[in-house]
Design a protein around this ligand. Structure first.
Ligand code: GUN
Ligand code: FE
Length: 422
């Protein structure tokens, strides 16, 4: 058992922070037993780790990121989605046929997640099985939890990034053999890249793999107008883009995350709600490749679960804290167009990166009893001009102007994670 003392902040609901100033959190078997203002009698004789004036918050969950694009982070921002994929992204992903290149890049990726306090990810690797297995091993060795997708694609991309449905199935058998057991914190996820890069045969195979192995699904949905026009041509029988995934067994038949949904109309959002799909909102990506302003308030009003994703390398920033800021800023711009969509609050943005996202992994992202103890210790002393800030103001300043230098410790499932080797 461990007992920590700090200024504890988390979001049990989207609408409110719970703050326990100089409070105690009791952790046993990697899970939270309780958060207390005064330590209950039964724990009086247990040792307490006093974290002083630090903030203790749930760790970050990045629900959409491309590990195989890390070398392109911060470059190649001058095209919209479809030409961006052809000119910059596919040529980079081709390099992952070489596992030694993949290892160098993936070590950097895992280290970068750690640095930014992201303890769980839902990631795209590349089409290559052996490099994907390597990424899974590195995340596992770092002590992180993840869903990692070996990308599935066979259309509108270079030949050496294409696979047959049979190859996709065989790869998933191997992924299940190595990472399919219940105790594994790093697990596979079926990853059809998006409708335009998959033939109907491969999409069918993906739906079949999800069903057969009871695997979750991730993909991209309604990100860019040219992409949506292409999907309409490719799938004339589908009612909307999301309906095309549904018809292949890839929309909520197993737990599903769809990135973006920038242009989803009410009908498509309704389908996402009915199918229990989680939306990964990726605001920096939507800025950089000029996709648009996602209607996040509308999604929340409908009761859709929304989480945040960095979407590196269309997104340029790994920080989920900065992602909260961008999400709030986007919501303010969207509000100026549609006054029925009030801007997001800090509590809502924080909840998206913690408890909302965490549902995909189980009881994750909060400090309520029974939740996995995934946490960050924030030492913001450098940011405090005087001592008149409330704990919530300190959190807000850290979110807006802090960075990885202010993260003093990181925990995943109760275990303190040391710096991974680069
Ligand atoms: N749609 C299909 N592939 C991608 C990708 O790699 N990044 C983004 N942002 N959108 C995609
Ligand atoms: Fe993406």
């Amino acid at each position: 058992m461990q007992i920590l003392r700090a200024n504890i902040i988390f979001t049990p609901e989207s609408t409110r922070f719970q703050v326990v100033e100089s409070g105690y959190i009791v952790v046993a078997g990697g899970k939270v037993e309780g958060v207390y203002q005064t330590l209950p009698e039964e724990y009086q004789h247990s040792p307490v780790t006093d974290l002083g004036n630090s903030l203790l918050i749930p760790a970050m969950n990045d629900m959409h990121v491309h590990a195989s694009q890390i070398r392109n982070q911060g470059i190649a921002m001058d095209q919209e989605l479809l030409p961006w994929l052809q000119h910059y992204t596919f040529p980079e992903e081709q390099k992952y046929v070489d596992t030694s290149y993949a290892e160098r890049m993936y070590r950097h990726f895992v280290h970068t997640l750690w640095r930014h306090g992201t303890m769980r990810v839902v990631a795209f690797a590349s089409v290559h099985l052996h490099s994907t297995l390597l990424l899974m091993r590195l995340l596992d060795e770092a002590g992180m939890a993840a869903y990692v997708g070996k990308v599935n694609m066979d259309s509108r991309c270079p030949d050496d990034l294409q696979e047959t449905p049979g190859e996709a199935l065989a790869a998933h058998e191997e992924l299940m053999r190595q990472y399919g057991h219940d105790a594994s914190r790093v697990r596979p996820i079926v990853t059809p890249r998006f409708i335009p890069s998959c033939t109907p045969q491969l999409l069918h195979a993906c739906g079949e793999m999800a069903r057969r192995y009871n695997l979750p699904v991730q993909s991209h949905l309604s990100e860019n107008l040219s992409e949506i026009a292409l999907v309409r041509q490719l799938e004339p029988e589908s009612l909307c883009y999301a309906d095309a995934y549904r018809r292949y067994g890839l929309l909520g038949q197993t737990p599903t995350i769809m990135a973006h949904c920038v242009w989803s109309n009410d009908e498509e959002l309704e389908l996402l709600r009915q199918c229990g799909v989680m939306v990964a909102h990726c605001p920096t990506s939507n800025f950089n490749v000029a996709s648009g302003l996602a209607p996040v308030r509308r999604m929340l009003q409908k009761g859709i679960n929304v989480a945040l994703g960095s979407d590196v390398s269309a997104g340029h920033d790994f920080s989920l804290f900065r992602m909260m800021v961008y999400a709030i800023q986007v919501s303010k711009m969207h509000y100026q167009r549609d006054k029925t969509c009030r801007p997001l609050t800090l509590a809502e943005a924080f909840w998206m990166a913690t408890k909302s996202a965490g549902q995909f992994f189980g009881n994750v992202g909060s400090f309520e009893p029974g939740y996995d103890f995934d946490a960050l210790v924030i030492d913001d002393s450098e940011l405090l001009i005087d001592n008149s800030y409330t704990p919530l103001q300190r959190l807000e300043r850290f979110v807006y102007i802090g960075d990885d230098r202010h993260i003093a410790a990181r925990y995943c499932c109760g275990q303190r994670l040391t710096e991974p080797q680069r």
